[in-house]
Design a protein around this ligand. Structure first.
Ligand code: G1P
Ligand code: ZN
Length: 544
């Protein structure tokens, strides 16, 4: 075996963010950049020699090249076996499932999620631990510390291997098993949902759905699930052939970036149900005919209807949502008499709650929902959950959501993103707000009185770990809330996220346009934080 030890120097910018290390492709293409990070992962995993790791990615540009490098480095670092998705493809939830199903030591996922791909797009590398979920902060911090001290890496001198066919072979002494990327995931979904009921709905002739895979990783999974297994007509899945640059688009399932789907669902003769997923398949957007389902509401509706789903019919242990996610699910949890946890942004914070059996369903306002079936959010799982509810209730998406609001009241909710703003200015805005916190409580702004204000800090109820500085909250006595935080996934400048929420119990007021209903809060956020001045923007880049 010809193992080379290559000298290298640390890069100063390899700190993993909300979800792994994400950088523009040219950054990863610098000599040694990817290798340094991968070696730092191996160096931070005591006992990984001889173990099984899972490897795959969302198929974006550079995925194939990076996978070859990682395989050779894994072989040189004494990894026992690698399970790699065919063609180097695994959606993020599928990768999580493969880790769990095979009780692997962990996995490396190549993805920059919803960020654009292509030679000038982004790439990301993320390490997941043995429960199938993103590495907790203590692991990512160890990896980061290692990136700052690294002076060499190991790589096997070998030719590239063929990953386009299922099968097994050796790379040095390491076994490589090229696995079907799709089938194990489809089997998992079949074990959770009532496929007969969903199939009856999709083949009834009076229900039409459109699934937009945005030229990203869910294409093959969606074809297999909806068209092959569940009988929906060919053409149900659109943009279902993954492309390395996602067709030049931004593979983010929201009202702005999935506008083609929005046009279809809001057009004449619209289908009954529309859904989209992101670059790596963990996010989802759900639409009814001329109806948008806010992700925070989606989590609440799934929770309220979980008893209709075979996998969850015995009841939920609890639910969890990220802090900026609306409190809609809190009301359902209270009604069900189950615990509701509020965690910082990022799926990694749900891992302990799921492992400890404290939460069954989890969700984030950023189009992420999932359950204890894997340890990542799961886009197609959410779509199937909705289809199962629709099939069981025989009602439209709009009817289901409206009756939900009728029962629980409505949490008007919106997020405004200011993308690619000057990092120093964004930091200044946040510092300014932090300075205001001590004097906020009791302050009156027009009709709003501040009930509390803080920089969100989370103590994990399972391992006691504390995560500080997770976003600034300003809560008002009427239950409204403003949240400000900087994104941890952007790669250019800073992205400021401002979250608005108010509660309306009166069903006769549920039809008000969301931005109108939240206008007083939106104006208040400007007054308190001077967003326009700091961002030099008149309007947000994305409103959801
Ligand atoms: C964003 C979302 C967050 C999600 C993460 C990874 O992180 O806001 O909810 O977990 O992407 O998909 P952010 O850029 O806000 O740090
Ligand atoms: Zn994603």
């Amino acid at each position: 075996m010809n193992i080379k030890t290559v000298s290298t120097k640390p890069f100063s910018d390899q700190k993993p963010g909300t979800s792994g290390l994400r950088k523009a492709v040219p950054v990863f293409q610098q000599p040694h950049y990817l290798e340094n990070f991968i070696q730092s992962i191996f160096d931070s995993l005591p006992g990984c020699e001889g173990q099984t790791l899972v490897l795959g990615g969302d198929g974006r540009y550079y995925n194939r090249i990076a996978i070859q490098t990682i395989l050779k480095m894994a072989a040189a670092n004494g990894i026992g076996e690698i399970l790699v998705g065919c063609g180097g493809i695994l959606s993020t939830p599928a990768a999580s499932w493969i880790i769990r199903k095979n009780q692997a030591f962990g996995g490396i996922i190549l993805s920059a999620s919803h960020n654009p791909g292509g030679p000038n797009g982004d790439l990301g590398v993320k390490y997941n631990v043995t429960n199938g979920g993103p590495a907790p902060e203590k692991v990512t911090e160890a990896i980061y510390a290692r990136t700052k001290a690294i002076d060499s890496y190991k790589i096997l001198a070998a030719a590239d291997v063929n990953l386009d066919q299922v099968g097994s072979f050796k790379l040095g002494t390491m076994s490589v098993e090229v696995i079907d990327s799709v089938e194990p995931y489809v089997e998992l979904m079949e074990s959770l949902f009532d496929f007969d009921k969903i199939k009856a709905l999709l083949t009834s002739g009076n229900f039409k759905m459109c699934m937009d895979s945005l030229h990203a990783v869910t294409g093959p999974y969606a074809h297999a699930l909806f068209e092959q297994r569940l009988g929906a007509p060919a053409g149900t899945v659109v943009n279902g052939t993954p492309k390395e640059d996602f067709g030049g688009g931004h593979p983010d399932p929201n009202l702005v970036y999935a506008h083609d789907l929005v046009e279809i669902l809001f057009g004449d003769d619209a289908p009954d149900f529309g859904a989209a997923s992101d670059g790596d398949g963990d996010r989802n957007m759900v639409l009814g005919r001329q109806f948008f389902v806010n992700p925070s509401d989606s989590l609440a509706v799934l929770t309220a209807n979980a008893h209709l789903i075979p996998a969850y019919s015995q009841g939920l242990a609890g639910v969890a949502r990220s802090m900026p996610t609306s409190a809609a699910v809190d009301r359902v949890a209270a009604a069900l008499g189950i615990d509701c946890y509020e965690t910082p942004t990022g799926w990694k914070f749900f891992g302990n709650l799921l492992d400890a059996g404290k939460a069954t369903l989890c969700g984030e306002e950023s189009f992420g929902t999932g359950s204890n079936h894997v340890r990542e959010k799961d886009g197609l799982w959410a779509v199937l959950f909705w289809l199962n509810i629709i099939a069981a209730r025989g009602e439209s998406v709009e009817q289901i959501v409206r009756s939900h609001w009728q029962k629980y009241g409505k949490n008007f909710y919106s997020r405004h993103d200011y993308e690619e703003v000057d990092s120093a200015k964004a930091r200044e805005l946040i510092e300014g707000l932090l300075a205001l916190i001590p004097e906020m409580k009791g302050k009156q702004f027009g009709n709003y009185e501040v009930e509390y204000s803080d920089d969100f800090s989370y103590t994990d109820p399972v391992d006691g770990s504390v995560s500080k500085n997770q976003g600034i909250r300003i809560g008002f006595t009427d239950g409204s809330r403003l949240v400000f935080r900087l994104s941890g996934t952007g790669t250019k400048g800073a992205t400021l996220r401002v979250y608005f929420e108010s509660y309306e119990p009166d069903a006769s007021k549920h039809d008000v346009d969301t931005q109108k209903a939240l206008a007083p809060l939106i104006n208040l956020a400007e007054e308190i934080a001077q967003i326009k001045q700091f961002t030099q923007r008149e309007f947000p880049t994305v409103i959801t």
